[in-house]
Design a protein around this ligand. Structure first.
Ligand code: PLP
Length: 445
């Protein structure tokens, strides 16, 4: 590896100024883990070690790393037109990408609003929900409902409807008028479920309780991840999402699926909505839309929602919302090339074909030291470890570090190891991921 020279090693002082996100900065800077190159299923470290990426970067590089058609599209676009103003001006790639996404999207979801991340997608969707009720004359619908253990990014909207205490507790009162459904995780009932757990559909009925408490006329939207990812891979119980759809529809409440992780093949189809046969009113997406190459996010909305805004004088701006980098040309070029690559290589279908092998590989860890649950859907899986007494999360993090030392990248969230390889993963690579995890757990206290 010629490019991995010593000059890529930074001195401790050079590590100081960058405040790293969601990272134990002092711990990291004492023993940095630096990646300097990527290709296909692999990363390379600054020391020249090749790391098998069992996590598609951060659930995003679904096509694998540095894929040539995507790289070339970005390079070409950067040299052709670096940027075009997003407001009151357009560029063709934005429309082309929207059309392509809409072609993939379920049912009536046929308009796209672009932004730059999952967090922005969530805040955009929540704002669209509030504004939609208002333009229809139901401005009293201001309440938003999320779910315990939900992760919807880090904007104030996202942390308000999110349900992870660590992400919320430092940040004051957040949005007011938010309530939460119970999460669906239940080890006693559902441990070692393959695919969707049998128990738990009735947890959706809690929405009826919230409707009784607040009255439907005050509730704008419910937002859930079809599969809750960042909280440790919680697969929806059979019938649960259907029930949420029925109840929201009955009460005129919008249903938003946050598919930042689940869209673009992760579950073996274009969207989680397809896998579960439930059509929400909006879908948020990010990550896989550009296979992680250029930041991009967006919201798919139904035609009903879009057209409700298209009233009033034609010269009036219909939605006072947007970002300087909405539909950035580089992101659009990357997105179009990514969707083309997904299609050319049939990667969503490939993920579905690989899912049984993934399930077998993951569940072979049943009985391994510390493991208390394994769950999976498509190419996403969670391995839950018993927490170390008095030190929740420590065992999970140590397992993650040791896997990395053994050249396999997974992710830990609390004491849960999450696995989500690119859709190009081979069975031998799945075997390597699982045997590394087993080895690590056997030696881990
Ligand atoms: C479901 C979900 N929503 C939102 C986000 C936030 O995305 P971003 O980090 O791009 O802001 C994430 C990130 O993992 C996510 O998993």
């Amino acid at each position: 590896m010629t490019i991995l020279s010593d000059q890529l090693q930074l001195a401790p002082a050079e590590l100081d100024s960058y405040w790293m996100p969601f990272t134990a900065n002092r711990q990291f800077k004492a023993a940095p883990r630096m990646l300097v190159k990527a290709e296909g299923m692999y990363y390379w470290t600054a020391h020249g070690r090749r790391i098998l990426d069992g996590f598609a970067g951060l659930w995003c590089c679904n096509a694998g790393h540095c894929r040539k058609p995507i790289v070339e599209a970005i390079q070409k676009q950067a040299a052709t037109m670096d940027y075009a103003p997003a407001f009151q001006m357009g560029h063709p790639l934005a429309f082309e990408l929207s059309n392509r996404i809409v072609e993939l999207a379920p049912g009536k979801l046929d308009h796209t609003f672009f932004c730059n991340s999952g967090s922005e997608a969530v805040d955009s969707a929540l704002k669209i929900a509030l504004a939609w009720h208002r333009v229809r004359g139901e401005g009293s619908r201001t309440r938003l409902i999320g779910r315990e253990r939900g992760y919807h990014g880090v904007g104030f909207g996202g942390i308000s409807v999110g349900g992870i205490a660590a992400n919320r507790k430092m940040f004051g009162t957040m949005l007011t008028g938010v309530d939460h459904l119970a999460h669906t995780h239940n080890l006693e009932k559902n441990a070692y479920s393959k695919g969707q757990p049998e128990w738990g559909a009735q947890l959706a009925d809690e929405l009826e309780r919230l409707v009784v408490l607040h009255d439907a006329s005050t509730i704008a939207a419910v937002i859930v991840e079809p599969v809750a990812g960042s909280t440790g891979v919680l697969i929806p119980p059979k019938g649960y999402l259907q029930r949420l759809r029925e109840i929201t529809k009955k009460h005129g409440i919008l249903l938003i699926f946050d598919e930042v992780i689940t869209a673009f093949g992760r579950l073996g189809a274009a969207f989680g909505a397809d896998v579960y046969g439930v059509e929400p009113d909006m879908i948020t997406f990010a990550k896989g839309v550009t296979s992680g190459t250029v930041p991009m996010g967006g919201v798919l909305v139904s035609s009903d929602i879009y057209h409700a805004f298209m009233s009033g004088p034609p010269g009036a701006i219909e939605l006072f919302h947007g970002y300087t980098y909405s539909a950035h040309p580089l992101a659009c070029a990357a997105g179009i090339a990514t969707l083309q690559l997904y299609e050319d290589e049939g990667l969503f279908a490939r993920a579905a074909r690989m899912a049984p092998a993934f399930e077998r590989a993951l569940h072979s860890l049943k009985g391994a030291r510390h493991v208390v649950d394994i769950r999976n859907q498509g190419l996403v899986g969670g391995i839950e470890l018993a927490p170390r007494a008095g030190s929740p999360g420590a065992r999970g993090f140590e397992a993650y570090l040791r896997c990395y030392e053994k050249n396999v990248l997974v992710r830990s969230t609390g004491d849960i190891l999450a696995v989500a390889p690119a859709l190009i993963v081979e069975e031998t690579q799945l075997d390597q991921i699982v045997s590394t995890i087993r080895e690590v757990l056997t030696a881990l206290e």
